[in-house]
Design a protein around this ligand. Structure first.
Ligand code: GLY
Length: 573
């Protein structure tokens, strides 16, 4: 049930786009482009246009990111947000500065470990997924504000917020994929809101269709407060009061004080190496950086090129590495501000090799035979991603989320924005899978003020001190393995970024003990061989929506927007 919910949340836009021919073609969609100066790749053509305009106005990648983030909150309500959170990974053009900003949601002060359990200690189905109690304190506005304070070149906050206000106030024509999404979730919107919301038509029996104008007046007013008062326009005053009032009407726990107390945190980025390339990724509360580096460390001794792309050997090797890494994720990873995540141990090269020492090239290891690793020494994680590179080579990788498609399906009455359901990323009970089928324990137990474990993996790759790649994707637990595959597609299989991004993908995560293959990811002979090795193959229709950029050897930027979804668009100049 939950995994099915996840599958739909993750894939509805792609499936919708595949199942039905688009009838609204008012936007210019571009999946791949070459540019001399700058690239912006996002999940929606209007957001990409907003970002490009900022870059052309002399803004840097951070300025463009802020404008894109707020525009996505309007035009891509399934995942773009001001009611959610995310992570930034940044590298300055001269390489002198790398940074990671954690604007992940936080559990409200009243939250506690057993808040989603019934009297018998069983998880109450759906309580962490839909409605007021599913929401963590949002971090996105603080994230944009912090980025602006530290790195903005334009130094004109109002200029960056205004495009989102215009899109919300004047409205925009929704795409086919958006119409399908809004219609699918109509019942959820109706049952999880205390007031009428913009995502259900005034006559709630009426369905959305491609080309309809979506006007979000209350959201525009909230954005105006953010424009005029900065972070205080969201975390204080009228907006915070509207959040608190919504929570009281709906039985949620976020207070105006929780809003006031929210802070984003600049963290030390995770730095890793792979075959002479340097990687910059996200530390806890994301599992992404650690898991990505563990995966790369496990496969580095093997000649992937010689194995052949999507050969049984390639898929088997990656799946076996993923099995071990996701077991570690479940046992050891959580918010390092609250739990002693053994980062150094998990990334120790000897540990990584020892962890993979029982790899059998001929046979799958049953997941039940694998537990999270033990250490002998002491200690010395529906989403959207956008990638931007500006004319000075500054690179931004941002993954942001409401968690499930349209988050908690709850809109803050009077404020017009959707709340996240990020509380489901905590482990509600040890061993009980969340929306993404991921399990966890103490490390990711709920505590007040704690951030739930994430898989978001915004990543920048450099080579010889020069920018090489910017990569990231939505997809819950499949985020890590999608980023892993795009990076190795370029480095090991010599693909250009377009092929590396659009290539079929596969995924495995220890629990459940299954190997997910995209349609067309491997031919029948390969699948047969994998089954013979002991892998249980399950076919998926789409894994990840990667937005990526490659700085080519000829100096051109190759920007790509994943072709798995209808609307993702890359622009450059
Ligand atoms: N909500 C998905 C993630 O953070 O991994």
């Amino acid at each position: 049930m939950r995994l099915n919910h996840f599958l739909f949340a993750l894939l509805f836009l792609t499936l919708a786009a595949c199942k039905q021919k688009p009838t609204f073609s008012g936007y210019s969609i571009q999946k791949s482009t070459l540019a001399d100066s700058a690239i912006v790749s996002t999940a929606h053509p209007l957001a990409s246009e907003v970002g490009l305009a900022v870059l052309k106005d002399g803004g840097n990648a951070i300025d463009a990111a802020i404008a894109v983030h707020l525009a996505l909150a309007v035009v891509y309500p399934a995942a773009g947000n001001i009611g959610g959170g995310g992570f930034l990974v940044y590298r300055s053009g001269d390489g002198q500065e790398v940074a990671a900003l954690d604007f992940r949601e936080k559990a409200p002060a009243k939250a506690h470990r057993d808040m989603y359990l019934d009297a018998e200690g069983n998880v109450i189905n759906g309580k962490s997924i839909e409605g007021h109690l599913a929401a963590g304190v949002p971090g996105s506005v603080e994230g944009c504000w912090q980025m602006f304070q530290k790195y903005s070149k334009l130094k004109d906050w109002k200029r960056l917020v205004q495009p989102a206000i215009d899109l919300a106030a004047k409205g925009f024509n929704i795409t086919q994929a958006e119409a399908v999404g809004l219609n699918e979730y109509r019942k959820g919107f109706l049952s999880n809101n205390t007031k009428a919301c913009a995502f259900v038509k005034a006559d709630s029996t009426q369905k959305w269709k491609a080309g309809d104008l979506l006007v979000q007046t209350e959201l525009a007013e909230t954005l105006q407060r953010i424009r005029d008062q900065g972070r205080d326009g969201f975390y204080g005053g009228k907006t915070a009061d509207l959040v608190a009032a919504e929570m009281q009407r709906g039985g949620g726990w976020i207070t105006a004080q929780d809003m006031a107390d929210y802070h984003a945190v600049w963290r030390k980025p995770m730095l890793g190496k792979y075959r002479g390339y340097d990687l910059i990724s996200m530390p806890p509360p994301s599992s992404g950086g650690i898991a990505l580096f563990q995966l790369l460390g496990m496969v580095e001794p093997y000649d992937l090129g010689k194995m052949g792309f999507h050969s049984p050997e390639h898929i088997h090797l990656f799946t076996e590495a993923e099995r071990r890494v996701y077991a570690d994720r479940a046992k050891h990873l959580g918010d390092a501000d609250f739990y002693g995540v053994p980062i150094a141990n998990l990334l120790d090269s000897q540990y990584i090799q020892e962890r993979f020492a029982n790899f059998d090239p001929q046979k799958a290891t049953p997941s039940k035979a694998i537990e999270g690793g033990e250490f002998t020494g002491k200690e010395s994680k529906q989403t959207t991603h956008y990638s931007i590179v500006d004319a000075d080579g500054n690179a931004v990788a941002i993954t942001t989320t409401l968690n499930g498609g349209y988050g908690a399906l709850t809109v803050v009455g009077g404020a017009g924005f959707l709340l996240n359901n990020e509380m489901d990323d905590f482990s509600a009970k040890p061993g009980v899978p969340n929306l993404y089928g991921a399990i966890g324990g103490d490390a990711n137990a709920i505590m007040p003020g704690k951030r739930p474990l994430s898989s978001m993996t915004p990543t920048i790759v450099t080579k010889d001190g020069k920018l090489c790649m910017v990569v990231g994707t939505p997809g819950g637990t499949t985020i890590i393995t999608s980023v892993f595959q795009v990076i190795t597609n370029v480095i090991d299989f010599n693909m250009n970024m377009t092929d590396a991004t659009h290539a079929k993908r596969f995924h495995s995560q220890w629990s459940p003990d299954e190997l997910y293959l995209e349609k067309g990811a491997a031919n029948e002979a390969t699948r047969k061989k994998l089954r013979g090795m002991g892998h249980k193959i399950v076919e998926w229709s789409g894994i990840g929506l990667v937005e990526s950029i490659l700085l080519r050897k000829d100096g051109k930027l190759e920007g790509v927007a994943d072709n798995r979804a209808e609307d993702d668009t890359v622009l450059g100049y």
